[in-house]
Design a protein around this ligand. Structure first.
Ligand code: GAR
Length: 200
């Protein structure tokens, strides 16, 4: 597969995927990073690993109609023959044209057990804050397919992580991130091997 990662933040999941490729755990090529934030950590990681970066955001194209804006993504993805997209801390909604063209070919990792603690605004540390405030004893991570609705696509994998008495949002984030780094490459490998079917 030719993979494109979409990321907006620190990029630690992006790094985990690149390391899995470097160590030949993954066979797929990580061909491109798409980001809405040209100053984010993920861009530095792409440079470190020699991965091309495409920066695109509404700030760059404020007046373009939605379908035209979506086309820019599709052209770039086409240029790199991308057949799998992995969202890794991407803060924006994926353009509808991309969701349509890549049906069942877009993965997302979410740092909680969906359908709990998902939806708009549930991103990064906000998720862990909401988990801690709710008082639940178990959180975790979810890897799922992306469709038109936030955090609602078919769940491919979940891993639970206990929330301890003395956890705050930061300790919980740290614990869950470690599992994200392990399981995101692992699930991509299962997809490569056909053990997880995307079209079922
Ligand atoms: C990760 O915890 C990821 O699960 C989360 O953002 C963080 C990105 O960290 N994604 C979401 O909250 C999506 N709704 P990273 O930039 O270090 O990979």
């Amino acid at each position: 597969m030719n993979i494109c990662v979409f990321a907006s933040g620190g990029g630690s999941n992006f790094r985990a995927i690149l390391e899995a490729r470097r160590d030949n755990f993954l066979n797929s090529g990580i061909k491109l990073l798409i980001t809405n934030n040209s100053n984010c950590g993920a861009v530095l990681i792409a440079k470190e690993f020699g991965v091309d970066v495409f920066h695109i955001s509404r700030k760059v194209y404020p007046d373009l109609p939605g379908d035209e804006y979506g086309k820019i993504f599709l052209e770039k993805l086409g240029d790199y023959n991308i057949n799998l997209i992995a969202l890794a801390g991407y803060m924006k909604a994926v353009e509808p044209a991309v969701v349509k063209a890549y049906t069942n070919r877009i993965l997302n990792i979410h740092p909680a057990l969906l359908p709990s603690f998902g939806g708009k605004g549930m991103y990064g540390i906000n998720v862990h804050k909401a988990v801690i405030q709710s008082g639940v004893k178990v959180s975790g991570l979810t890897i799922h397919l992306v469709d038109e609705e936030y955090d609602r696509g078919r769940i491919l994998f979940q891993k639970s992580v206990n929330v301890e008495e003395n956890d705050d949002e930061y300790t919980l984030q740290k614990k869950i991130l470690q599992f994200e780094h392990k399981y995101y490459p692992f699930i991509i490998k299962k997809i490569e091997e056909g053990e997880i079917g995307l079209d079922e």
